[in-house]
Design a protein around this ligand. Structure first.
Ligand SMILES: Cc1cc2nc3c(=O)[nH]c(=O)nc-3n(C[C@H](O)[C@H](O)[C@H](O)COP(=O)(O)O)c2cc1C
Length: 219
């Protein structure tokens, strides 16, 4: 039996592109790996992790376990719970929207907490869970490719890649959808067709990645 970890961080449910593409990927992975595949979910978009838990867990690392406060024990326990969810999974689906030209604060809190743990500490060289397949599903309302006015304004994707690939050693595939605001933004009316193509390509990529994953897990 395989286990898939799925994290959603969109602050919306209705109309969420990252959730829709993650749904396609999850469904296709379960179809490939079998109905007995366990999907462990972590919802941090509509149920955020406490934003102060990271600082508490980080400082708890400098205090002997028996001397920690109740608050520190709780923050450390939360971080370890998050780490266990990822450590126990054969593959990860991470839905991460692009907000205010940077990393979703909810995703950042999750990653920061993970980085306090023994399993996902940056000091683990090589990383303890290197090679784990991970799928990063990103959605951006606008366009950020070279030649567009906002080229260079995506300050999220490179950071996320650094953590997932360079610090944690995951075997990462990225499924990006751009122009998701075209349908609801009059000034982007001319981009609607391109936006629809982008979205269709993301769903197709999700299906294709699921097929490839079955081979990776069997190997
Ligand atoms: C508060 C907020 C801030 C956003 N900031 C940006 C931004 O800086 N650049 C951008 O291209 N899109 C931005 N967006 C649009 C989202 O990236 C887009 O709606 C994306 O599809 C969100 O993912 P979701 O569809 O899974 O909710 C923002 C959306 C919200 C709600």
């Amino acid at each position: 039996m395989s286990t898939v970890f799925r994290l959603d961080s969109s602050i919306r449910v209705e109309g969420s592109v990252t959730r829709a593409v993650a749904d396609t990927l999850e469904k296709a992975i379960v179809a490939e790996l079998g109905d007995d595949t366990a999907v462990i979910r972590r919802e941090i978009g509509t149920t955020p992790l406490p934003s102060d838990a990271w600082a508490t867990a980080a400082f708890a690392g400098f205090v002997a376990p028996e001397q920690r406060s109740e608050e520190q024990n709780q923050a450390v326990a939360l971080a370890e719970e998050l780490a266990a969810e990822v450590a126990g999974a054969d593959a990860l689906i991470l839905g991460v929207p692009f907000y205010n030209w940077g990393v979703s604060q909810h995703f950042k809190t999750w990653a920061d907490l993970m980085l306090t743990t023994a399993d996902f500490n940056a000091g683990n060289v090589p990383p303890k869970h290197a090679g784990k397949p991970a799928y990063l599903i990103i959605a951006r309302g606008g366009g950020y490719s070279e030649g567009t006015p906002k080229f260079g304004w995506d300050h999220a994707t490179d950071w996320i890649k650094r953590v997932l690939v360079d610090v944690w050693g995951f075997e990462l595939e990225i499924i990006e959808t751009e122009l998701t605001l075209a349908e609801v933004t009059p000034a982007m009316a001319g981009l609607v067709e391109k936006a629809r193509e982008n979205l269709a390509a993301s769903h197709a990529a999700a299906e294709a990645h699921a097929k490839a994953l079955a081979g990776k897990i069997a190997a």
